[in-house]
Design a protein around this ligand. Structure first.
Ligand code: AMP
Ligand code: ZN
Length: 112
């Protein structure tokens, strides 16, 4: 499968990793939309939120358990936003589940 985030997870494509363990990887977005813009992904391929199920949902809990640690490491003591685009209408461009961690400025009230 030709998936850029699978390749990042297994080291085939370079990335600026900020956190990694046996289940997940977090790395800087190539085209940051905020001073801090980190992508957090499961290492195993899941296409988007629609494909989360009882067999793979433990990794989602793991991601959310680690988000405070990753945010703290990135200096986001004053807050942050998590976004996950699912499908065409949301503008998803990489079909490997990822959570955008955004912060480092006041993000305002647009979306959302
Ligand atoms: P989305 O639109 O939610 O699918 O977001 C995909 C994100 O992946 C975008 O913000 C891209 O800038 C980012 N992206 C794509 N390729 C790479 C890459 N090789 N390394 C880091 N970020 C990437
Ligand atoms: Zn993948």
């Amino acid at each position: 499968m030709d998936c850029v985030f699978c390749k990042i997870a297994n080291g085939e494509i370079p990335s600026t990793k900020v956190y990694e363990d046996d289940k997940i990887t977090a790395f800087n977005d190539l085209n940051p939309q905020a001073p801090v813009h980190i992508l957090i992904i499961p290492k195993d391929h899941i296409s988007c939120i629609n494909d989360i199920n009882s067999e793979n949902s433990d990794v989602i809990a793991h991601i959310f358990e680690k988000i405070p640690q990753i945010a703290k490491y990135a200096g986001l003591e004053n807050g942050y936003r998590i976004i996950s685009n699912c499908g065409k209408d949301a503008g998803q461009t990489v079909f490997h589940l990822h959570f955008h961690l955004l912060g480092g400025k006041i993000l305002g009230e647009g979306l959302v």
